[in-house]
Design a protein around this ligand. Structure first.
Ligand code: PLP
Length: 392
């Protein structure tokens, strides 16, 4: 099928929830993907921060194939070696002690909320304006962007929204009913917004002082994206609970909750479950992907290439007034423009680069962490071409 035929079938048979690009992808390798016509693109989105070790990484593909021949699924009524090995690996590379496995980011966020409520024995959660936590009903209620919530009420109660970066607002919002503060260390969907200097550290201090929990939504920032395995390590602030998904299993669907021993032990048999959660296939993929990050020294490469990418974007900012700001850390980067960037995404695609536009004016770059300098240079050249068109 060609792109047009695929698009026609989508229109007829698939619920139209996505504003998709007119592009049908067929295969990928490393930081490059190909469409069904055979055109290649540098993937600067990586499935939205999912393909952290690149497309079709041989180690991940091999792990999935081998595991699929052995055991694809079993119930959580039984143990598997794959699940305990992955849990140990995640605990080894994180500041946490215990893991729970699920299937997506929203599920990890909701599970984190359940865990916080169970441990604290109360329910109120303080969340941030401009945040994004997923599309299921409770994650949606936690999300601080009205555009995602409109038309889907009544929303789940129990969330108090405060401006991101505002410690006074946190202090004022904490009540006797407060169980936790839930925050993305770096707001992704909200436009690659970094925390103000010292904010997360102070937030942690406030939570400790008031005896409430701190939950990091690391669904996008986790698995090496910021240059450390987790943003908690980048910002030297350890939350009580962290929600993971996206990049955790090299592109295979998986989510996880990590927690301290004290908090994680609040979950007792029967409290929480997921039929597919931590299945052997997902765990095999996640172990392989995590080992690639460790064995191929991806964290240092992310820091180095992320710094290089950001400096190249800053050079463009010096040249083009339409770039208002360059933001980000590691390979989670964005440029804020003075106008809506939807057209720019199309122009970039025509020049063989996939990016996305978030928060209307922010062109977001989330390439696979294995991206090389040559590809970054190609992206910058394409961006330079495109921006020059908008500048006259
Ligand atoms: C993508 C994302 C989610 C939702 O993940 P899904 O797997 O789509 O449910 C939640 N939180 C953050 C920070 C995200 O970036």
């Amino acid at each position: 099928m060609n792109t047009e035929e695929i698009m026609a079938l989508d229109k007829e048979y698939v619920m139209q929830t996505y504003g998709r690009q007119p592009l049908a992808l067929k295969k990928g390798s490393g930081a490059v993907v190909w469409d069904v016509e055979g055109n290649s693109y540098i993937d600067c989105l990586a499935g939205i921060a999912v393909n952290n070790v690149g497309h079709a990484h041989p180690k991940v593909a091999e792990a999935i194939c081998n595991q699929a021949r052995e055991l694809i699924h079993t119930s959580n009524l039984y143990y598997t070696q794959q699940q305990v090995e992955l849990a140990k690996l995640l605990v080894d590379v994180s500041p946490h002690d215990l893991a729970f496995f699920c299937n997506s980011g929203a599920e990890a966020v909701e599970g984190s909320i359940k865990l916080a409520r169970k441990y604290m024995g109360k329910g109120e959660i303080i969340v941030m304006d401009n945040s994004f936590h997923g599309r299921t009903m409770t994650a949606l209620a936690a999300t601080g962007q009205k555009k995602y919530q409109k038309g889907f009420g009544p929303l789940a109660p129990g969330f108090k929204h405060v401006p991101y970066g505002d410690l006074d607002a946190i202090n004022k919002s904490i009540s006797d009913e407060t169980a936790a503060v839930l925050v993305e260390a770096v707001q992704g969907e909200g436009g690659v917004v970094l925390p103000p200097e010292g904010y997360l550290k102070n937030l942690k201090d406030i939570c400790q002082e008031k005896g409430i929990l701190l939950i990091f939504d690391e669904v996008q920032t986790g698995m090496g994206r910021t240059g450390e395995m987790f943003a908690s390590q980048t910002f030297h602030v350890i939350p009580d609970i962290a929600a993971l998904a996206k990049g955790i299993a090299g592109g295979f669907p998986m989510g996880a909750i990590l927690a301290t021993k004290e908090v994680g032990s609040a979950f007792q048999p029967g409290d929480h479950a997921a039929t597919f959660g931590g299945g052997p296939l997902a765990c095999a993929a996640a172990k392989a992907s995590l080992n690639v990050i460790l064995d191929e020294d991806i964290l240092s490469k992310t820091k180095e290439n992320g710094g290089y990418f950001k400096s190249q974007l800053e050079n463009l900012k010096d040249e083009y007034d339409i770039i208002k700001q360059v933001r980000g850390i590691g390979l989670m980067l964005g440029i804020e423009l003075g106008f809506n960037c939807v057209d720019l995404v199309n122009d970039m695609r025509d020049r063989g680069v996939l990016v996305n536009c978030t928060a209307e004016k922010v062109l977001r770059f989330l390439p696979p962490l294995i991206i090389e300098k040559e590809h970054i240079d190609m992206v910058i050249r394409a961006l330079n071409d495109v921006l020059s068109k908008y500048s006259d």
